[in-house]
Ligand binder design. Structure first.
Ligand SMILES: Cc1cc2nc3c(=O)[nH]c(=O)nc-3n(C[C@H](O)[C@H](O)[C@H](O)COP(=O)(O)OP(=O)(O)OC[C@H]3O[C@@H](n4cnc5c(N)ncnc54)[C@H](O)[C@@H]3O)c2cc1C
Length: 376
C-alpha cells in the first residue's frame, strides 16, 4: 500500500515528492511523460518572480505561496547548484500613466512588507540597460527576480527525493482513479493498479481530467491559455542584463525580455485562449505580437539570432487564484489546480503547504529522524 501517490511529475509534483520524502510513509510519483517537467514546467518563462510582482490583489494563495516560494528557490538553487540568472528585474513604463502604476505598485508592495524595490529614473534605467527603448519613462528595480533552469531543479529535487526513499515512475499514464475500501485505486494505460491512502492530483493542465475520473462534478473550471515565445541564441547574451517587464496589467504580467542562465534570451509570452489543453504550437500571429511588444521595450533586438520558437499551455481555471484543496467528497484526494503563473515560483512553497496545512490536518505525519537524510 502506498501512502502518498502523486499524479504528475512536473515541478509541483516533484517538489511535493521531495517534501514528502522527509516524512515517514511511502511516496510514489506517476508521470506519463518520458521526462519529469517535460510539459508546462519547462515551456514557460522560467522566472522566479520577485515578491512585488505577486501582490495579494492577484490572488491570496498566489501571493503567499509565490512569495514564500521565491525565498525557497534561493535556498534550493544554492543547495542543489541550480543554474540561475540573478541580476534582478526592471518593470518599465512607457507613459506617465504607467509610471504612476509603478509608483502605486511600489507603495502597495511596501504596505505588504516588500521594501527591496527602488524606482529608477529614465537616465538611471538607461545607464543600467543601454538597449532599452529611449522613449521609456522610467522603471522599478526588483532585485529578487531571477530565472532558473527548472529542468535541472526538478531533476535534482527528484534525485534527492529518491535517495530519501521516494519512488518516481516515468512513462506511466493514469487512465482511471476510483475509491476503494482502504483509499484509492489508480490505474495506468497498461492495466497496472496502484493502491494508495492519499492521492495528490498534480497533473497540471490535465488536473480537471483527473478530477473528472472520480468527482461527481469537477470543483474548478479549466480554461486553457497558450503562451508563445521566441528564443534568441547564446550569442545574444549580454544584449540585456536584467529581466525586463512591461508595465503590469490587471490580468497578466505581459510580454517580457527574460535572460536565461544558459545565456539565451526568451521573448514572450503571449496570452491566447484556446480550446484544447493538448496542443501547444507557436503561431505567426503570436510571434508578430511578441516582436511588436518587445520593440517598445528595447531597440536593436538581434532577431537574426533567433534559435527557436515554442509555446506552453497554462493550466488556468476560471478562478484567478490557485485551487489547492482536498476533495469535499474524498478528503484524502487533494487537487492542485489552476497552477498557472507563478506556479514555478510557488512550487516549493506549495509542496510544504500541502504537507503542513492539508495532509497534517487530516492525519499526523511524522518527520523522519534519519541523520543521513538529504535536507535542504
Ligand atoms: C506560457 C507560460 C509561462 C509561464 N511562466 C511562468 C513563470 O515565468 N514563472 C512561474 O512561476 N510560473 C510560470 N508559469 C506557470 C508554471 O509553468 C506552472 O505553474 C508550473 O509549471 C505548474 O507545474 P505543474 O507541475 O503543476 O504542471 P506541469 O509541469 O504541467 O506538470 C504536470 C505533469 O502531469 C503529467 N500528467 C498529466 N496527465 C497525466 C496522467 N494522466 N498520468 C500521469 N501523468 C500525467 C504531465 O505529463 C506533466 O508532466 C508559466 C506557464 C506558462 C504556460
Amino acid at each position: 500500500m502506498i501512502d502518498f501517490l502523486i499524479i504528475g511529475g512536473g515541478i509541483v509534483g516533484t517538489a511535493l515528492a521531495h517534501e514528502l520524502s522527509h516524512y515517514r510513509g511511502r511516496t510514489v510519483v506517476l508521470e506519463k511523460g518520458r521526462t519529469l517537467s517535460g510539459v508546462q514546467s519547462t515551456h514557460n518563462s522560467a522566472l522566479v518572480h520577485p515578491p512585488a510582482m505577486m501582490p495579494a490583489a492577484k490572488g491570496k494563495m498566489k501571493s503567499v505561496l509565490g512569495r514564500n516560494g521565491s525565498r525557497l528557490h534561493r535556498i534550493l538553487a544554492e543547495r542543489f547548484d541550480v543554474p540561475v540568472f540573478q541580476h534582478g528585474a526592471i518593470a518599465t513604463a512607457r507613459t506617465d500613466e504607467e509610471l504612476g502604476k509603478l509608483h502605486w505598485l511600489k507603495r502597495q508592495s511596501e504596505a505588504e512588507g516588500v521594501y527591496t524595490i527602488t524606482m529608477l529614473s529614465r537616465e538611471e534605467m538607461l545607464e543600467r540597460e543601454p538597449n532599452l527603448h529611449p522613449e521609456l519613462k522610467g522603471g522599478l528595480f526588483m532585485p529578487e527576480a531571477m530565472s532558473a533552469d527548472t529542468a535541472v531543479l526538478t531533476d535534482r529535487l527528484a534525485s534527492n527525493a529518491r535517495s530519501n526513499g521516494a519512488e518516481i515512475y516515468l512513462n506511466t499514464e493514469i487512465v482511471d482513479l476510483r475509491k476503494s475500501e482502504t483509499g484509492f485505486e489508480v490505474e495506468t494505460t497498461d492495466g497496472k493498479v496502484f493502491q494508495s491512502r492519499f492521492v495528490i492530483n498534480a497533473a497540471g493542465a490535465a488536473a480537471g481530467f483527473i478530477a473528472g475520473m472520480i468527482e461527481d462534478s469537477v470543483p474548478f473550471e479549466p480554461v486553457p491559455r497558450r503562451g508563445e515565445y521566441l528564443v534568441l541564441g547564446k550569442q545574444a547574451s549580454g544584449f540585456i542584463n536584467h529581466i525586463i517587464y512591461p508595465p503590469p496589467t490587471s490580468r497578466t504580467k505581459g510580454i517580457l525580455i527574460i535572460p536565461q542562465p544558459d545565456g539565451t534570451i526568451r521573448l514572450g509570452p503571449t496570452d491566447i485562449k484556446q480550446n484544447s489543453f493538448r496542443f501547444a504550437l507557436p503561431t505567426k500571429e503570436g510571434i508578430d505580437q511578441i516582436k511588436n511588444e518587445v520593440n517598445m521595450l528595447a531597440t536593436g533586438i538581434p532577431y537574426e539570432l533567433t534559435e527557436r520558437h515554442y509555446a506552453g499551455i497554462r493550466s488556468s481555471i476560471t478562478d484567478p487564484d490557485f485551487y489547492i484543496r482536498s476533495s469535499e467528497k474524498h478528503p484524502r484526494l487533494i487537487h492542485l489546480a489552476g497552477l498557472d503563473s507563478p506556479g514555478v515560483t510557488a512550487a516549493p512553497a506549495i509542496a510544504s503547504y500541502v504537507v503542513s496545512d492539508i495532509i497534517q490536518n487530516i492525519e499526523s505525519v511524522e518527520r523522519k529522524k534519519d541523520p543521513d537524510l538529504a535536507e535542504y
